[in-house]
Ligand binder design. Structure first.
Ligand SMILES: Nc1nc2c(ncn2[C@@H]2O[C@H](COP(=O)(O)OP(=O)(O)OP(=O)(O)O)[C@@H](O)[C@H]2O)c(=O)[nH]1
Ligand SMILES: [Mg+2]
Length: 144
């Protein structure tokens, strides 16, 4: 397999450091925007999205804290779509939420992984939802 070196630049979240974020966005080839599954999109989320848009950077939104109380993947995804367009489609689905959060299903490989990164069986009760989300994401790609 061809070796690829990936450099990650971690930027601060506080508005006071937005200059650092802009400087980082000038040198990267893509951006990961982290959004909390409990508190959802914040002012900074939109700001960073707009900067990434201005720089035409490919980007993904990582919804974290699925183990937190009030974590709600669908609500968070809908708020992301409402703000940034229906072209935002899930690449993974979480398995459970809050105290029952167990891991994620990768909608590209249709494999499931524990929160610790070990492969696990796709739960039977999530198979239909994963298939539907995969098809929807495929149909919706690049639109909206
Ligand atoms: N429960 C839970 N806590 C998390 C998760 N991810 C991060 N945290 C906690 O959230 C707090 C903030 O995490 P950081 O990684 O510093 O967040 P950050 O976005 O880099 O913050 P800034 O750099 O200050 O903007 C820490 O106490 C983490 O342990 C998660 O998935 N679940
Ligand atoms: Mg940080």
């Amino acid at each position: 397999m061809k070796k690829v070196k990936v450099n990650l630049i971690d930027t601060p979240g506080y508005a006071d450091f937005i200059g650092e974020v802009r400087a980082a966005l000038r040198v990267v080839e893509g951006a990961v925007i982290v959004v909390c599954a409990a508190s959802g999109c914040e002012v900074g989320t939109e700001q960073v999205w707009d900067y990434a848009e201005d720089s035409k950077l490919p980007r993904l939104v990582f919804i974290n804290k699925m183990d937190r109380e009030n974590a709600d993947f669908n609500r968070t995804l809908e708020s992301i779509k409402a703000k940034f367009g229906t072209r935002c489609v899930p690449a993974v689905l979480p398995i459970g939420a809050h105290t029952t959060f167990k891991g994620v299903i990768d909608l590209m490989s249709m494999k499931a992984y524990t929160a610790g990164g070990k492969e696990m069986l796709v739960p039977a009760e999530m198979q239909a939802a994963a298939k539907a989300a995969r098809e929807k994401a495929h149909r919706g790609r690049g639109r909206g």
